[in-house]
Design a protein around this ligand. Structure first.
Ligand code: AMP
Ligand code: MG
Length: 340
């Protein structure tokens, strides 16, 4: 049975205590963060964490991010805390940035996918922070979707994937950012961007200087011993996805051409982007890159419900949040990219 706690109109601490108790008892609780919904469990409880992997169908070597509500928890979870971690935390926490550090003894290897490092983040969402605080535990939480599917940006998305399979869903309405956190590895020098996300790389470099971008971020096939999560297909709807990249005018013309081509083959075509280009189904992603990020996963889930055979996605410029958006789109497409 799944308890759904409605907290769209603000925090109800009495109800949140129920969810916090479930975390302490080793149960699974999905909750909102500013990025996407997380599927949470006590990060220090091995069997609880194992249930996250089972529920999601997540490969055991794909590490989880551990969520905290106070900076002091970093010292419990990490063996060493470099000055750069403090600088980044001071500037960006709570916020969409996960910091990878050498893990301490108390963090089970199940949580870190077998690695000797742990990713830590303080989310900028009042419900999430209060839940962590009330539970008195660091909470391990990957995105609350079946592994491989688009991440959830609303409680309805979580229910689609997990209703009846987890103990609780806390409904805090739609998430603000819409793509997952940025992951930065501080166990190497220079620091390495492992996953672009809700905090733009430019912002991080402003605080700690030059960051190396892991080649897997751009879809290079590499041996990713450091962050095994990067090797899995991700964010994908059931329909096939094609991403069209290039200058704005050319992209529009190319999408129109592809839409015609697929329609003439009798396929039902969906477009996600700034215009419909003659498609059967269309989801307007937004005017700014922030709006595009917020709508991206919702648009992909929408196309599945609409039953399209193929989704054509309009690329955006890889600046600011655009790097995270393009990373998600390319992965969703399995790297079927058309250059216009
Ligand atoms: P998810 O929570 O589903 O968005 O996935 C979390 C992602 O964070 C993983 O797929 C990894 O890419 C990254 N991550 C988490 N922990 C670590 C770690 N210890 N080292 C490197 N990357 C990590
Ligand atoms: Mg995920």
């Amino acid at each position: 049975m799944t308890i759904i706690i409605n907290m769209r109109d603000g925090i109800d601490e009495r109800k949140l205590r129920i969810a916090a108790r479930l975390i302490r008892e080793g149960k699974l609780v999905a909750f909102p963060t500013e990025t996407v919904y997380g599927l949470g469990a006590d990060a220090l409880n091995e069997s609880a964490v194992r249930r996250i992997f089972e529920a999601k169908g997540r490969p055991a070597d794909n590490p989880l991010i551990v969520h905290i509500s106070s900076f002091s928890q970093v010292h419990e979870l990490a063996r060493e805390v470099p000055e750069e971690a403090k600088m980044l935390a001071r500037e960006f926490w709570p916020g969409p940035l996960a910091i990878v550090l050498p893990k301490s003894e108390i963090v089970p290897k199940v949580t870190t996918g077998g690695l000797d490092t742990v990713a830590i983040r303080m989310p900028a969402n009042k419900i999430a922070l209060k839940l962590i605080e009330l539970s008195g535990r660091p909470i391990a939480a990957p995105s609350a979707n079946i592994s491989g599917k688009p991440s959830p940006t609303s409680a309805e998305h979580v229910a689609e994937d997990f209703y009846g399979k987890i103990e609780c869903i806390v409904d805090g309405g739609e998430t603000k950012i819409g793509v997952e956190s940025t992951v930065i590895d501080l166990t190497e020098w220079p620091p390495v961007l492992l996953r672009p996300g809700g905090l733009p790389l430019e912002e991080i470099e402003r605080v700690i200087g030059e960051v190396r971008v892991h080649p897997a971020v751009y879809g290079k096939k590499v041996d990713v011993a450091k962050a095994p999560g990067m090797k899995y297909r991700h964010y994908a709807p059931n329909a096939e996805v094609i991403v069209v990249e290039g200058s704005r005018e050319k992209v529009g013309a190319k999408i129109r051409e592809l839409v015609e081509e697929f329609k003439s083959k009798g396929l039902k075509v969906g477009v996600i982007g700034s215009a419909d280009y003659g498609a059967d189904e269309f989801f307007f992603l937004g005017r700014s890159v922030e709006e595009v990020a917020r709508n991206l996963f919702k648009a992909l889930r929408y196309m599945d419900r609409a039953g399209v055979d193929i989704v054509i996605a309009e690329g955006v410029e890889e600046k600011g949040l655009g790097l995270a958006v393009m990373n998600r789109l390319r992965k969703a497409s399995g790297y079927r990219i058309v250059k216009a």
